[in-house]
Ligand binder design. Structure first.
Ligand code: ADP
Ligand code: MG
Length: 480
């Protein structure tokens, strides 16, 4: 019997009807005896901390004792013991049995667990707050047709809805954007999508012509077994920024047109002043041949004015249909616009127009490209130089297309290696407020639209300083 009780890990004591210990098992001795033999000792004398109130009946004091257990055996221990105690009547001897257990460790474990849980709850609340209030749309999708499992307020606000109105609906239903499903398929196959620009409209958008823009990142969510379970999506709407950017580009383009208009006005004003003077001189001159000469000169100036005006009109009337164009004619008319500047800056122009065929293109656009290149070349030679314009027929080595190579070479300052990579970027200029940085960007776009190319070579070596731009324009630059 004693052996049996010694084997259990609970402490067990028997007491007689006067609460004297009659038996303590091994664990009970370890916990409360501290090396003394308590057999025969009285419970309340030995442990004054154990008190009870009430009637002498076993059941009653058992209950009352159970309630007063904390600190019961304190007398023996520096630290209060955490004892779980159960009191049972023991009718056979008209006594009681005590079962107790040291639960200090359990309590400590429990407390640690409680603290950990509280911390986890706090972290969860923090994450939830971030999730709810993040200025970025967040959503979780299942893999079966990509249903919204969860989404935050910002994501729902893209639709003008609350999160609960979106949960359960599918991605494709809510965001019928071309290619979006394929992006998700890619993520489902394990390839994340990072900072991808997305454009389109959503199911709930009132105006489907009002295209919106987002930057999105999609990641697969892996389960414990390493398989993909879901997809997370983070979306940032950038529609306003895109619109602002477009407006800026537009206003810069208008600035280019404005500058062009003012330089044209300048080009026209000079000859008109000259004509006014010549007419005044003719009227006041007495000599007949002198009058004829003044009027001849006036006529030349007027012809230039007329060329510039008709040129400008064509410039503005952007061709809507392609024309057959003889490139050297275009170059001639562009040169006539810049004639005043060229004459004033000690620049010599050489031309080698070795072409016989016309090109089908949008004339106004090609004129714009040549005028941009010419303007840049003149800017690069403020104190004079040489400008060589060549045109020849040939085949582009990469595309195999036949067309015209046009080169425009200047002996200007050249382009530094540091700026060469950025020439064709919009707004890249080394001319401060007098430049727009749009000329080459627009030119490249036009050449691409014509299935052509634009390349640049440049040297700042004092032996052969200068820049060469080469255009390739296929004969059938635009479709018939
Ligand atoms: P912008 O003329 O308004 O600066 P562009 O796009 O026409 O804008 O040209 C971009 C830049 O490329 C110029 O600011 C200049 O630094 C450089 N560049 C273009 N053409 C030449 C050239 N022929 N010689 C030297 N630099 C050039
Ligand atoms: Mg320019």
């Amino acid at each position: 019997m004693a052996q049996f009780f010694d084997a259990t890990t609970d402490a067990i004591c028997f007491l007689d009807r006067d609460y004297n210990f009659t038996f303590l098992n091994r664990r009970a001795n370890e916990l409360i005896s501290q090396g003394k033999d308590l057999t025969g000792c009285n419970l309340f004398t030995t442990f004054p901390g154990v008190v009870y109130e009430g009637s002498p009946y076993v059941a009653n004091y058992a209950r009352s004792m159970k309630e007063r257990v904390p600190g019961a055996f304190e007398a023996f221990y520096p630290e209060p013991l955490n004892i779980w105690l159960s009191v049972q009547s023991y009718p056979a001897e008209d006594g009681i049995m005590l079962f107790f257990r040291d639960v200090t460790q359990q309590k400590a474990d429990h407390e640690a667990l409680r603290r950990k849980t509280a911390e986890a709850e706090r972290q969860h609340a923090e994450l939830q707050t971030i999730y709810d209030t993040a200025p970025i749309g967040l959503a979780l999708f299942d893999l079966d047709d990509y249903h919204y499992l969860r989404l935050n307020d910002r994501q729902a606000a893209f639709f003008g809805l609350r999160p609960d109105q979106v949960v359960g609906r599918t991605l494709v239903e809510m965001a019928p954007i071309e290619g979006l499903r394929e992006l998700f398929d890619q993520v489902r196959d394990g390839k994340p999508v990072i900072n991808f620009p997305l454009e389109g409209t959503l199911l709930t958008d009132p105006d489907p012509t009002n295209i919106r823009s987002w930057t999105v990142s999609y990641f697969p969510v892996y389960g414990a077994d390493g398989t993909i379970q879901a997809i997370t999506a983070a979306s940032l709407e950038v529609t306003q920024q895109k619109k602002a950017e477009a407006a800026l580009i537009q206003s810069e383009k208008l600035a280019v047109v404005g500058r062009l208009a003012s330089s044209i006005a300048h080009e026209i004003n000079n000859p008109l002043e000259a004509v006014t003077n010549l007419i005044y001189l003719a009227r006041t001159s007495e000599r007949r041949e002198e009058v004829a000469q003044f009027l001849d000169t006036a006529e030349v100036e007027l012809r230039r004015v007329s060329a510039i005006v008709s040129q400008t009109l064509r410039f503005h009337k952007q061709a809507t249909s392609p024309q057959e164009v003889f490139l050297p004619d275009v170059v001639t008319s562009v040169l006539s616009i810049f004639q005043g500047r060229i004459a004033n800056s000690r620049i010599t122009v050489e031309r080698r127009p070795r072409v016989s065929r016309t090109v089908r293109c949008f004339e106004g656009e090609i004129r714009q490209v040549i005028s941009n290149l010419l303007g840049n070349a003149l800017d690069a030679m403020p104190s004079g130089g040489r400008l060589v314009l060549r045109a020849r027929q040939g085949t582009h080595w990469r595309t195999g297309r036949a067309g015209i190579f046009f080169t425009l070479a200047d002996t200007g300052e050249g382009i530094s290696p540091g700026t060469r990579g950025r020439l064709f970027n919009p707004f890249f200029t080394t001319k401060g407020i007098t430049g727009t940085g749009l000329g080459l960007w627009v030119s490249k776009e036009i050449m691409e639209r014509h299935h052509g190319t634009i390349i640049v070579r440049s040297s700042q070596n004092s032996q052969h300083r200068g820049t060469v731009f080469t255009l390739f324009l296929p004969f059938d630059a635009v479709d018939r």
